[in-house]
Design a binder for this molecule. Structure first.
Ligand SMILES: Nc1nc2c(ncn2[C@@H]2O[C@H](COP(=O)(O)OP(=O)(O)OP(=O)(O)O)[C@@H](O)[C@H]2O)c(=O)[nH]1
Length: 231
């Protein structure tokens, strides 16, 4: 049997916004019982049918790299950031600062990739829009805790989603129905995975920056955890 190709998607956002909860729901189609505080990074892998229902249908592994959001681990997280074939940015709809901070997460990803380590003083000088525009790395924005949001922001788009022309999903990560098969959210997620696969395997990356993002991923078992969770 032919080996199944895989892509690596980084899941980034402030501590406590719901990254682990979202990743678990997306990978297992069920809510996580008691998400722990992620130390380092945890990886969940799901099978995805690229171009499902067409003659071009192919199965891929999607690795969802859930990176702990604590500031204490900022200097060490960069080891997880390369390669990166797609980015899921997660914010909490009840905490507008977590949405504003998504730009910082993109900057951290870019800084780390360019410098092989976190260098805070460079972040001010980087033009996130231009760099992400030139790499064309697919971005998906997730707004969590919809159940707790005062005004249900179903029709509003975050600034970042508009800037990057990215799809956006707003949900309660504790409810399976928000990502149930056939829903518009499930379609958005599937379309995002398709884009990541296309970017990884079908694009002609030319800039040194994007080539670094596309470098070969280490082989992973179909499912593993590279970190400990504190329950
Ligand atoms: N009500 C509600 N609670 C949520 C939702 N998503 C996550 N939570 C809760 O928010 C808390 C933090 O969720 P996590 O998934 O651990 O957050 P995280 O972003 O992975 O946090 P770090 O591991 O610190 O980076 C947990 O108590 C979750 O149950 C949601 O959509 N609605």
């Amino acid at each position: 049997m032919a080996a199944i190709d895989r892509v690596r998607v980084m899941v980034l956002g402030d501590s406590g916004v719901g990254k682990t909860s979202f990743v678990h729901l997306a990978a297992n189609n069920e809510p996580v019982r008691a998400p722990g505080w992620t130390i380092g990074c945890s990886v969940e892998v799901k099978l995805h049918e690229y171009k499902e229902g067409t003659p071009g249908q192919v199965t891929y592994f999607i690795e969802l790299w859930d990176v702990g959001g604590s500031r204490n681990h900022r200097n060490t997280r960069h080891v997880f950031y390369n390669p990166c074939h797609g980015v899921i940015l997660v914010h909490d709809l009840t905490n507008s600062k977590s949405e504003a901070n998504l730009r910082k997460w993109l900057q951290e990803l870019i800084n780390c990739d360019m410098n092989n380590g976190y260098q805070e003083n460079l972040s001010e000088n980087l033009d996130v829009e231009n760099l992400f525009g030139s790499t064309q790395i697919p971005i998906l924005i997730i707004g969590t805790k919809l159940d707790l949001a005062d005004d249900k922001p179903l029709s509003r788009r975050s600034k970042l989603a508009t800037q990057f022309n990215a799809e956006e999903i707003l949900l309660d990560c504790r409810q399976t129905r928000y990502l149930a098969a056939g829903t518009s959210n499930a379609v958005k997620l599937s379309r995002f995975y398709d884009k990541v696969i296309e970017r990884r395997y079908n694009s002609q990356a030319t800039s040194p920056y994007s080539e670094r993002f596309n470098s070969t991923s280490p082989i992973l078992p179909s499912k593993f955890y590279s970190s400990m969770h504190q329950d």
